[in-house]
Design a protein around this ligand. Sequence first.
Ligand SMILES: Cc1ncc(COP(=O)(O)O)c(C=O)c1O
Length: 355
Amino acid sequence: MDITRIIKEVIRKQQAYSIEEQPCRIKLDANENPYTLTPSQQNRIFEHLKTISLNRYPDPGATDLKEQFAQYFGIDEDMLMLGNGSDELIQLLLTAFDSSSSGGVVIPVPTFAMYKISAVNTGHTVIEVPLNDQFDLDLENILDTMSQNKPHLIFLSYPNNPTGNLFDSGKIEKILMQTDGLVVVDEAYVDFSGKTFLPDFNRWDNLVILRTLSKVGFAAIRLGILIGKPSLVHELNKVRLPYNLNALSQAVGLFFHEYADELQKKIDRIILSRQHLFNELTDLEGIYPYHSDSNFILFSCAHDKNRVYSELLKRGIGIKNFTSPDSLRDCFRVTVGSDEENREFLEALRKILHQ
Ligand SMILES: Cc1ncc(COP(=O)(O)O)c(C=O)c1O
């Protein structure tokens, strides 16, 4: 029996999100934070984890964690939803929204791949609007699309992955003003941009903000945060699986606030290294980095890209190699690593370009 016959057609046509797990010494392909807590801070966390009863289900509502985050953001707890990474929250939004309505989901391209993948999986029509040549929103085109299609969801990564830049906030406000749909402003990289819509949250009825702990040094625990109106969070809670946040992640998440100062120092360091990495890339012939407000830099490469990529891999250095869409065909994305990692990457790249 061909079991795939009874799989939804949209899923059969879908490509699984491919995460290239190349074994590499220096991993600069996934926008992770190169730093982690000190060994003694980590040990404190691990000691605490020993007290967890592995035979018991976690707190289904992640009550303590929600309380901490509500205080941290200065909002009510009923405006918060925590997820198994913001990936899960993106999927929850798409599961709750009506995919049978003709409006569809608008995403600028290029952007974070999971918006489209999850939208397609949940049966939504996806309308892709190309960014302009500055990688900013093409407002006219988006407004036209909005008036023709009446989308019910618009995803905006702010700053945008993989281009690294912040979209013009005035354009986002115009979109918020003119759409009847929900605008999801994904602030996964907020710590590196310093720009957020959170202080203006109450100005808009149709704004949702996504955050994550993945980029500040806690990618392993998969903890995403959604900030939305209580009425929306109420509906989303019906779609959320019970116990979506496991007990170990909840426990580690509680340490986030305690170590916030330590984490901030590391973020400041990454921001400084980003500038240095950008300057060094600019000096290389045939390499053109784009401005970044994130913890990674997109750069185009006028050399044989496949050779550069595989030579880097041979030296144990992994970066992200884009083959699509067209606007990224010449591009790589490199995460800002530790000073030592950045130095090795630059040295290797210099050698490869001169070979
Ligand atoms: C824009 C954006 N949103 C969300 C995510 C996913 O974050 P999480 O690890 O919380 O699922 C990423 C991951 O790279 C991202 O780039």
